[in-house]
Design a protein around this ligand. Structure first.
Ligand code: URP
Ligand code: ZN
Ligand code: ZN
Length: 517
């Protein structure tokens, strides 16, 4: 057994259990979990005093995304390499067709970009940025196993670029429901934001503080509520990406209490920092934090979102990693609407959640595993292959030291971007060893990765975890019509009625006895 790895003496943490056990890995899979395992020739990893957790899965990244005239600097190589250093072993990125492209063309483009570069496994979600019959057909096409898409994202913001209107969003979700793809939504009110941005610019507010003022939290809450209402009308499961405010989280909770199938994804940025930065005297410092929806200006929001994650009202943590260097951010130096939107997170997500969730006593290690990997694996239909330490699961494993600390900094991070929105924060919880596809790729603070070593993971549609309730509801809510007498008979009744009315002006009961409603 030359390529076997034996992890000894750790505590295995899954989303529903914590147990002292060794873990044996062979040929990219977990082949044994239990006490006192032995294996001749295996590479030994000492996990005494450490947690052995499923590798993190980041459900929301934008590597090398062309956006707002720039290309995000973390590409599929630097982005996935950095992810591994932070304990994330899989990402789900978004194919985003330009309005004049098509889902199939864009899909090919993303695969061409990602396949030769990824250092860890990855999957794709498809954005729907325009609506017509051919887009609808291509949505069905990409759910086939050779394309492996089982979710579709709709932007209710970025007017004129990626935004779809409510009728298109609704039609798109009807199609999602039909083909077994979950809808994902960027929930903001694009048209109103565009108006508010114009107003602010005309008043001379041109700096990054204009970004947050043009996007009040109410507009995120309104769009989140609207998205939930429309998803219920389409009987389509919904996943709200980057939940940034309490109002949006409340809207999700409200609809879940009424039985809606809706999942909420806060992101590392929203849990680990806040919108006070937009008012910094330093333009560049403020611009580095520009993302949409903006970071909350309410300083109590990060903890509130973490508490909702802990209690199950929010479900999993993404990053929306979409990084633009300082030079690129300067594109908006005279006009905040031109600052490329996006921040980092893929490397620091796990540590931010541990520090602000587990270390502060808000959630336990099992919930940490749930929100950083297992929930994602369940929602995207790849559980227990991913998101679990169990025999037969992929050997994507992290040896997590809950007591170690580090200071997050652009000087030591592995991302290509030249700043870090968590700069200077001390975090407890460090990925000491990362195993991806059965290979040690991060140990002793050193990466040993290979471009293209990661593989594309095809995600099957009709995930039962997401769709079971909607499928049953589909049967219950079928449109129904009322069986009535043929029209001829009704006509004769009308005559009788007329005759009766002539006979007695006031019928019994005081009104018409025949209802056609
Ligand atoms: O500001 C953001 N969020 N940039 C990436 C694109 C998106 O909205 O997801
Ligand atoms: Zn978005
Ligand atoms: Zn995004």
């Amino acid at each position: 057994m030359t390529d076997a790895i034996l992890i000894k003496g750790g505590t295995v943490v899954n989303d529903d259990e914590m147990v002292k056990a060794d873990v044996l890995v062979q040929d990219g899979k977990i082949v044994a979990v239990g006490p006192d395992l032995h294996c001749e020739g295996a590479t030994l990893v000492d996990a005494a005093g450490r947690l052995v957790i499923p590798g993190g899965i980041d459900p929301h990244t934008h590597m090398q995304l062309p956006f707002m005239g720039e290309i995000a600097v973390d590409d599929f190589y630097s982005g996935t390499r950095a992810a591994l250093a932070g304990g994330t072993t899989m990402i789900i990125d978004f194919v985003i067709p330009a309005k004049d492209s098509t889902p199939l063309k864009a899909y090919k483009q993303w695969r061409d970009w990602a396949d030769p570069k990824v250092c860890c496994d990855y999957a794709l979600s498809m954005a729907i940025t325009t609506w017509n019959d051919s887009v609808s057909k291509e949505m069905a096409e990409v759910t086939k196993p050779e394309y492996g898409i089982n979710s579709f994202k709709f932007f209710l913001a970025y007017k004129g670029v990626f935004m779809v209107h409510d009728d298109e969003f609704y039609q798109g979700m009807l199609q999602c429901a039909k083909i077994g793809g979950m809808a994902r939504v960027h929930a903001e009110n694009g048209p109103v934001i565009a108006e508010k941005a114009k107003e602010l610019l005309s008043l001379g507010v041109t700096g990054p503080e204009g970004h947050t003022q043009s996007r009040p939290e109410e507009l995120e809450a309104e769009a989140t509520n609207r998205a939930c209402v429309l998803a219920s009308q389409a009987n389509c499961p919904l996943y709200v990406v980057h939940v940034m405010s309490k109002g949006a989280a409340r809207a999700i909770a409200h609809h879940r209490q009424r039985g809606a199938v809706v999942f909420g994804e806060p992101i590392a940025a929203g849990l680990g920092t806040d919108g006070s930065h937009y008012y910094s005297d330093d333009w560049l410092h403020a611009a580095r934090h520009v993302m949409s929806p903006p970071l909350s200006r309410d300083p109590s929001t990060p903890e509130a979102l973490m508490r909702l994650l802990a209690c199950g009202e929010l479900h999993l943590v993404g990053t929306d990693n979409c990084t633009f260097n300082c030079q690129q951010k300067l594109a908006g130096k005279d006009d905040f609407t031109k600052i490329p939107n996006g921040v980092n997170g893929v490397e620091d997500r796990m540590a931010i959640v541990w520090e602000r969730g587990v270390h502060r006593g808000i959630m336990d290690p099992m919930r940490f595993v749930a929100v950083t990997s297992s929930q994602c694996a369940k929602i995207f239909n790849m559980y227990p292959r991913k998101g679990r330490i169990a025999v037969g699961s992929d050997a994507d494993i992290v040896i997590w030291n809950p007591d170690a600390t580090k200071i997050i900094s652009k000087d030591t991070h592995h991302q290509a971007v030249d700043y870090n929105i968590f700069e200077g924060q001390t975090v407890h919880g460090v990925a000491e060893v990362t195993i991806s596809r059965g290979k040690i790729v991060w140990q002793d603070q050193r990466l040993s990765v290979e471009a293209g070593a990661g593989k594309f993971v095809s995600l099957p549609p009709y995930c039962p975890y997401v769709f079971a309730a909607c499928q049953q509801r589909e049967k219950v809510i079928q449109p129904r019509s009322v069986k009535r007498e043929p029209i001829a008979e009704i006509e004769s009744l009308k005559i009788t009625d007329k005759q009766q009315t002539t006979k007695s002006k006031v019928p019994p009961g005081g009104g018409s006895q025949i209802s056609f409603a």
